[in-house]
Design a protein around this ligand. Structure first.
Ligand code: NIG
Ligand code: FE
Length: 433
C-alpha cells in the first residue's frame, strides 16, 4: 500500500489544522485492500500489516500510508501534528456491534443475588432482569437518560471504541421505546463516534400484555416499526428469540415488518436454548445472529454459506457463567465471526472491547489476529459500517488506536486487564492522548 498515490498526496496544499502524521509505528495493523468488507474462516488469521510505518490523516480520513523507508523527505511540517509512534501499534478503532448502552441504572443487587446462587430466570421471576430496567427507564426523563448514557459512551471511546450499535428494549412501550431511540439519536449527533441504532421492542413481554402477547407484537409491527422507520430513528430491528421470551414465529413477524420498512434484522438467538431462531433469521436475511452460546449441529449448518454474521459476546458468557460461543467451529465452517460487548446492566456491565479481546483469545481460543479481525472489520460489517471503518485503508475514517509501546500484538490480549492504549483518534481528532 506504500504506492505512488500516497506519495503524491503530500504535494497537495492542505488545510493546516486538519493534518496529522503518525510516524515510526511498530506496525499499522489491518491494512486490508480497499473493498474487502469482511473476512471469513481461516483467513481471519491473516491480518495484514505494514511494519515500521507512517500514516497521514487529512480532514478526518486516512489519506496515505506506507513504510518509513518510503516516507517522502519533503513533507512541509507546517501545520501538521506529528505523532511519533515508535514501539507502538496503530490499529483500527474497535467497532462494537451489539450493545444496550442506553439504560437507566445499573443492577448490581442482581449481581449479588447471582453470587448467592439465583439463576437468570429466578432473578427475572423476582421482578429483576429486563423488566427491572424497563421500570426504571420508563420513570427516567430523557435528559437524565442521555447524560448517563453519554458518560458510558465516553468511557468506551477512551477504551478504543469508535463505533457502537445501540439497542432500545428497556422501554417496552410505544413512548419509552421511542424515548430510548431519541436519546440514541442525540448521542449520535453529539459524540464523535459512529452510532447505529436498533429497535429491540421485542426484548421482554411487558407485564400489561401478559394475557395478550399478540397485541404487543401488533404494536411493534403495525405502529412502532413504521414510525421508527419514518422518523429515521433506527437502522435495524432485533428480537430476543428465546424460551420464555419471544418465539420463532413472533421473531419472524418482526423481521418481516422490519424488512418491509427497510430495517434488517440483528437478533438475539441461542443464548440459553436452541429453538430454531438461527435457521429462521438466516432465512429472513438477518445481518447478524448474536449470542450463540448454545449451539447444535443444525444451527451451525444453517449458518454455513449464508451472509448472516455470527456475533459472539464472550464478556456476557464470563459474567453470567454460561457457555462461550463456538468461535472455532464457526471459523472451521468458513464463517466470518464478529465480536461485541453486549454492554447492558443485566448480563454485561462492561463496554470494554479490550476485555472482549482477551476473553476471545483465552476462552474462545481465537488467535490474537483472528480476534482483532473479529472486532474491527467483521464487527464493522455486523453493524453496516464496513465501508467507513474496520481497517486501515486509504479513504476510510481515521478512527484509530495507538497502543503504548508493547512487545508484540499478542501481548495485547495476553496481558489481560491492563490498559495498553496510549491514544484514541476518531475521525482525525484525538479523543484520548
Ligand atoms: O443480551 N439477552 C437479552 N438481553 C440482554 C440482557 C438484558 C438484561 O438482562 O438487561 C443480553 O444479554
Ligand atoms: Fe444483548
Amino acid at each position: 500500500m506504500a504506492d505512488g498515490t500516497g506519495l503524491q498526496r503530500f504535494a497537495v496544499p492542505l488545510h493546516p489544522m486538519r493534518r496529522m502524521l503518525i510516524t515510526h509505528a511498530k506496525a499499522l495493523v489491518g491494512t486490508h485492500p480497499a473493498g474487502v468488507e469482511r473476512i471469513a474462516g481461516r483467513a481471519m488469521a491473516d491480518l495484514p500489516l505494514i511494519a515500521d510505518a507512517w500514516l497521514l490523516i487529512e480532514d478526518g480520513r486516512i489519506a496515505a500510508l506506507g513504510s518509513m523507508s518510503e516516507l517522502p523527505a519533503t513533507i512541509d511540517p507546517k501545520g501538521v501534528t506529528i505523532i511519533d509512534a515508535s514501539g507502538c501499534y496503530v490499529l483500527p478503532g474497535w467497532c462494537d456491534p451489539h450493545t444496550h448502552t442506553v439504560f437507566a441504572a445499573p443492577r448490581e443487587e442482581e449481581f449479588v443475588d447471582k453470587i448467592k446462587g439465583l439463576s437468570y430466570q429466578e432473578i427475572a421471576d423476582k421482578g429483576g432482569g429486563i423488566l427491572n430496567s424497563a421500570r426504571k427507564l420508563r420513570a427516567m426523563d430523557e435528559e437524565e437518560l442521555y447524560q448517563g448514557s453519554r458518560k458510558r459512551l465516553e468511557e468506551m471511546m477512551h477504551q478504543g471504541t469508535v463505533a457502537v450499535e445501540i439497542k432500545s428494549g428497556y422501554g417496552l412501550s410505544l413512548d419509552s421505546e421511542l424515548k430510548m431511540l431519541r436519546v440514541a439519536q442525540r448521542l449520535k449527533a453529539s459524540l464523535p463516534l459512529q452510532i447505529r441504532t436498533t429497535l429491540l421492542a421485542a426484548h421482554a413481554l411487558p407485564p400489561e400484555y401478559k394475557e395478550d402477547r399478540g397485541s404487543y407484537i401488533d404494536l411493534i409491527c403495525d405502529t412502532l416499526i413504521p414510525q421508527v422507520a419514518a422518523e429515521g430513528l433506527a437502522d435495524f430491528v432485533d428480537v430476543f428469540c428465546e424460551t420464555n421470551y419471544f418465539t420463532v414465529a413472533e421473531m419472524e413477524r418482526v423481521l418481516e415488518a422490519g424488512a418491509l420498512h427497510g430495517l434488517p434484522g440483528k437478533v438475539h438467538v441461542n443464548q440459553f436454548t436452541s429453538i430454531g431462531g438461527i435457521q429462521s433469521a438466516v432465512k429472513h436475511g438477518a445481518l447478524s445472529v448474536d449470542h450463540l452460546e448454545v449451539m447444535e449441529e443444525a444451527d451451525l449448518d444453517a449458518l454455513a454459506g449464508s451472509s448472516t454474521i455470527p456475533t459472539l459476546l464472550p464478556s456476557c458468557s464470563f459474567f453470567l457463567r454460561i457457555p462461550y460461543g463456538p468461535a472455532r467451529q464457526l471459523m472451521d465452517r468458513d464463517l466470518p465471526v464478529a465480536l461485541a460487548t453486549d454492554h447492558n446492566p443485566g448480563s454485561t456491565p462492561s463496554g470494554n472491547m479490550n476485555l472482549v479481546l482477551s476473553l476471545a483469545c483465552i476462552q474462545l481460543r481465537m488467535l490474537p489476529e483472528e480476534a482483532i479481525t473479529a472486532m474491527t472489520l467483521n464487527s464493522a460489517a455486523a453493524m453496516g459500517v464496513q465501508n467507513e471503518l474496520g481497517s486501515i485503508s486509504v479513504g476510510k475514517r481515521a478512527s484509530l488506536i495507538i497502543t503504548r509501546p508493547v512487545p508484540s500484538l499478542a501481548y495485547l490480549p495476553y496481558a489481560f486487564g491492563n490498559d495498553h492504549i496510549q491514544t484514541v483518534i476518531i475521525d482525525g481528532t484525538t479523543v484520548r492522548s
